[in-house]
Design a protein around this ligand. Structure first.
Ligand code: HEC
Length: 103
């Protein structure tokens, strides 16, 4: 029984990492998000000023509290002053994993 559980947990861990890859997400982030959100996710003052909006730091507890479903929706359909970003489903998963790794 213990062995079965261990194998199941390992299998889940492997599947999970195949689904979302924070390292691949970093490349997606650099190419598609960094110009507005900055390398550390703090948000670029010039963009916030131009759009007249307060950008929540992506590493903040508030953004971390967003579900994957909400973040996916924000990225693919836009949120507030942020326009939708065109990405594949895999890229969205990866970039969310990367955003969640920001400190
Ligand atoms: C053209 C600039 C721009 C780009 C590119 C951009 N964002 Fe944003 N993003 C914004 C702005 C501005 C906001 C704040 C929106 C508001 O509150 O009106 C925002 C908000 C967010 C939020 C917070 C949503 C919330 O509920 O408060 C997340 C998460 C986010 N962006 C992720 C991303 C990711 C991931 C990418 C790249 C795939 C990305 N953004 C690309 C400008 C941008």
């Amino acid at each position: 029984m213990k062995l079965f559980l261990t194998v199941t947990i390992l299998a889940l861990a492997v599947t999970g990492s195949a689904l979302a890859d924070a390292a691949a997400g970093k490349a997606v982030y650099t190419a598609n998000c960094e110009k507005c959100h900055g390398a550390d996710g703090a948000g670029k003052a010039v963009i916030a000023k131009m759009l007249n909006v307060t950008m929540k730091p992506l590493a903040s507890a508030e953004v971390k509290a967003l579900s994957d479903a909400t973040m996916t929706k924000d990225i693919t359909t836009g949120v507030g002053k942020m326009k939708p970003v065109k990405l594949t489903d895999a890229q969205v998963k990866d970039v969310i994993a990367y955003v969640r790794s920001l400190k």
